[in-house]
Design a protein around this ligand. Structure first.
Ligand code: ATP
Ligand code: MG
Length: 582
């Protein structure tokens, strides 16, 4: 399908006077990671510590008393941390860990609501050289158990409420030596043998700590993937990932020191750490942290009240904002926003255009994975956006499209999206699954598991997850192109498309849609949607069946779970649903 983006090509509404990247072609040609490393002091002698790069290095500059973050709680409470305070608190927590025998390489997990202490413990763990693993606070007992068991976690940081939720599995984890209980809101707590009272021990801990001089290759963060396509995998990163996160926050998200930046992603998902912590803080940027989840009015309010200038969110959230109506953004002062970005799922062209219409800014889509650690392909502030495209490879990144023998194909041909290994934030292993890790590398390429094509100008276009691509009557159909057309219909809020097995044509295209407010499902509407899609897509790509759902099953990071649409449609078992949102 040819997306008709030309007519939509426009300059971004309010581009900052001077984007950090001024000439993509020039930088891409002459890029050298060494130059970026030069900007990160602690890498000089092969050492790197992410906590140093994000917090303590600023203490030697005028950023010391700048706000690292402003946090707003669900109850309206507000807390502000300067880099200096952030450093002291994280030092205290590192001392607490040391006292309880946590050492370099140990796995420590955090299962907390999105409160400031989550960020404090996160960096305290990095300061001591242990490996930090974040968990969504919405996880149930089994999801928590799977991850702690798989990683052999030694210590878990949690809250009284969340401990209660997972109490049943805690005694099944022989490696788990301690629980640190953060009692933020001060209710009564019963401490048990393994429990450490955060408030008490933090009050006693020293504010000075010598950061563990970790090597670049020492493990730092462990993230379980979103579970969109199957059982989540424990992706392990090394301290030098900070090089990629620092560079991409600067040149892809275009962050500058005077920005007020808001990343809506939960730290349980890689976007919430790579770009809700590492990227912005290594650049000395002030972040807004909001404890709550999605709420259209509240979100616009946050952008207005905190004068947010740079915003990073996800397609599902954007589609929900679209669903909440075009009038809503006009009721808020969003005039400080200058750069807005999206990641996590394909961003439908419709959503890019909506941003321009509703907020005067186009969403800049970018592509990456838990495994890549940082943005790999992006639309940059300096250039026009091609709605529907993920953009072009980040400088220092070689991306290409390969055939089934893992050889590059010409522009315009679909194939497997692959990356040349060796970029700084590349994952180092899947925990306990070394064979699977090795199997992801073929012919000197890292195979991403996504299908895409690139156009003559080097822009990459997402087709679908390799598993999701539909084979119908000899044609390959990417679910994304069909979904993008479906959501152009005025009644459709969200769409998920699958291939349904068929004895004659192998698979037929089947769509699941949820409707915008004010629309009611009916046979008539179903027909209308089909006619609408038929005008825009080849016959074989048109959904043979359309089902209406109130909402589509999604992961906690907001990704449509097509595998669940499929298994449920076919009456098959659900598989791992630990990351399914409620
Ligand atoms: P799992 O690996 O457990 O199935 P997941 O792949 O969804 O889960 P993540 O690492 O969070 O876990 O997501 C990375 C994937 O998200 C990419 O491989 C891609 O399929 C999708 N993705 C991310 N950004 C984009 C984008 N801008 N456009 C299209 N797809 C995207
Ligand atoms: Mg994946």
């Amino acid at each position: 399908m040819k997306l008709e983006y030309e007519e939509l090509l426009k300059d971004v509404g309010k581009m900052s006077p001077k984007p950090n990247m001024l000439d993509y072609g020039d930088i891409y040609q002459n890029f050298d990671w060494k130059e970026i490393e030069g900007q990160l002091k602690s890498l000089d002698d092969g050492k790197a510590n992410m906590a140093y790069e994000c917090i303590d290095k600023h203490l030697e500059t005028e950023l010391k008393d700048k706000l690292a973050f402003i946090w707003e709680g669900l109850d309206g409470a507000i807390e502000k941390y300067t880099f200096a305070r952030f450093s002291e608190e994280t030092n205290k927590f590192a001392n607490l860990l040391k006292k309880h025998g946590i050492k370099k390489g140990d796995r420590v997990f955090v299962f907390l609501e999105r409160v400031p202490e989550l960020y404090v413990v996160f960096f305290g763990v990095l300061k001591i050289g242990a490996i930090i693993g974040p968990l969504f606070s919405a996880f149930g007992p089994e999801a928590v158990k799977d991850r702690l068991e798989d990683s052999g976690a030694k210590l878990l940081i949690t809250s009284p409420n969340l401990k209660r939720k997972v109490k049943s599995i805690l005694h099944e984890l022989p490696d788990l030596h301690h629980l640190v209980i953060v009692n933020k809101r001060g209710g009564p707590v019963e401490y048990e043998d393994k429990d450490i009272c955060y408030e008490k021990e933090m009050a006693e801990a020293s504010t000075s700590f010598e950061i563990e001089p970790t090597n670049r290759e020492d493990y730092s963060v462990m993230h379980y993937t979103s579970g969109t396509t199957g059982k989540p995998k424990g992706v392990v990163h090394a301290h030098q990932a900070i090089i990629g996160q620092y560079a991409t926050a600067k040149y892809a998200l275009d962050l500058k020191e005077d920005d007020i930046y808001w990343c809506t992603a939960d730290p349980g998902w890689v976007t919430g750490t790579s770009y809700g912590m590492f990227g912005p803080w290594s650049n000395g940027v002030t972040q807004i942290l909001y404890e709550g989840g999605f709420n259209a009015s509240k979100w616009y309010q946050i952008i207005q009240d905190y004068k947010v200038t740079a915003w990073y969110t996800a397609p599902t959230a954007i589609r929900m904002l679209m669903k909440a109506g075009d009038e809503l953004p006009g009721q808020y002062d969003l005039s400080r926003l200058r750069h807005i970005c999206s990641v996590g799922e394909p961003l439908n062209p419709e959503a890019v255009v909506w941003g321009e219409k509703a907020m005067g800014l186009a969403f800049h889509d970018n592509w990456w994975q838990t495994e890549t650690g940082a943005i790999m392909i992006a639309n940059y502030a300096i250039q026009n956006i091609r709605p529907g495209s993920m953009g072009r490879p980040f400088p220092g990144i070689q991306a290409d499209i390969l055939d089934d023998q893992y050889n590059p194909v010409p522009a315009g041909e679909e194939g497997q999206l692959a990356l040349k290994p060796g970029w700084p934030s590349m994952f180092r292993t899947y925990w306990n699954r070394e064979d699977y890790y090795n199997s992801r590398f073929k012919n000197d390429w890292y195979i991403t598991g996504d299908k895409a094509y690139k156009d003559e100008d080097g822009y990459f276009w997402f087709v679908g997850r390799a598993d999701d691509v539909i084979n119908t009557a000899g044609h390959l159909v990417g679910p994304f192109e069909v979904e993008s057309v479906l959501i152009q219909h005025p009644a459709v809020a969200e769409a998920g498309v699958i291939g349904k097995p068929d004895p004659i044509v192998m698979e037929v295209v089947k769509a699941f849609v949820s409707l915008k407010e004010g629309y009611v499902q009916s046979e008539q509407l179903r027909r209308e949607i089909r006619v609408f899609v038929k005008k825009k897509l080849a016959g074989w790509a048109c959904p043979r069946e359309i089902d209406f759902l109130d909402s589509l099953p999604k992961t906690r990071s907001g990704k449509i779970m097509r595998r669940l649409l499929k298994s449920r449609d076919l009456g098959l078992p659900d598989g791992d649903i630990s990351t399914l949102e409620d």
